[in-house]
Design a protein around this ligand. Structure first.
Ligand SMILES: [Fe+2]
Ligand SMILES: [Fe+2]
Length: 238
């Protein structure tokens, strides 16, 4: 049996996730259009369009779980604010968004969902998490495939390196790394698909340090500024 505070907190967390998934539907729709307009490989554009549909399914799954715990989710008024710096060329915008969204955010999503999966002991939530995980893996792979098929020149690599802290800031709720009052029973929430905060912090840092930075390094991007940002986050949490 879940206590009332834990139930409400689970509802809030699943509702928040539904709104994040909603943002992802818009980001992928915009990205697919921009990739097509910039002449990117049709197979990658098709993956981005498919991702839009998958993110809609994630909204449904997360909204359904929020409702189960008594919460309603709300669509953001501006679900996908522009992320690339103003004035960048269409191709540079695509590059920024692919790295920020697919390589950074979706790699983080994949790691967080995978990390929380073993603790889940609820059938419906496990099914939803597995579905979401399978899709997020593909979404992050889209980023890595893009970098493999559209190699960066030195100037592009330097731009990405310089903007890596901003991309990381966009992929994580920085407040989760600040001193934080925990609401609800963390063990019970983990069984219902929401890992303890310390575990989520560790999973995010590990994914970024062990998957993202080496992947970007292989594409020629210096990860020093990104690594420094992660060290700062870790220091806040400590
Ligand atoms: Fe998703
Ligand atoms: Fe995704």
């Amino acid at each position: 049996m879940l206590d009332a505070i834990t139930t409400a907190e689970l509802g809030r967390r699943w509702a928040y996730r539904a709104s994040v998934e909603w943002g992802a539907t818009h980001r992928f729709a915009r990205l697919a259009d921009r990739m097509a307009a910039a002449g990117c490989a049709p197979a990658l554009v098709a993956t981005a369009r498919e991702a839009t549909r998958q993110e809609h399914a994630h909204v449904e799954l997360c909204a359904g779980l929020a409702a189960r715990f008594g919460a309603a989710w709300r669509a953001d008024e501006d679900p996908a604010p522009e992320v690339a710096p103003p004035g960048w060329s269409p191709h540079a915008r695509v590059l920024y968004e692919v790295v920020a969204f697919c390589c950074v955010t979706e790699t983080s999503n994949t790691a967080l969902v995978a990390d929380g999966l073993p603790a889940i002991d609820d059938r419906a939530i496990e099914r939803a998490a597995r579905r979401i995980l399978a899709d997020e893996v593909q979404h992050s792979r889209l980023g890595w495939q893009f970098l493999a098929t559209h190699p960066l020149d030195a100037a592009q690599a330097a731009l990405i390196a310089a903007h890596l802290p901003a991309m990381l800031r966009g992929a994580v709720r920085v407040d989760l790394f600040r001193p934080h009052a925990i609401v609800g029973d963390e063990a019970a929430m983990a069984r219902h698909g929401s890992s303890p905060i310390a575990q989520r912090r560790a999973a995010f840092l590990a994914a970024m340090r062990e998957v993202l930075l080496p992947g970007l390094a292989a594409a020629g991007v210096d990860g020093a500024a990104g690594a420094a940002f992660l060290d700062e986050l870790a220091a806040h949490a400590a």
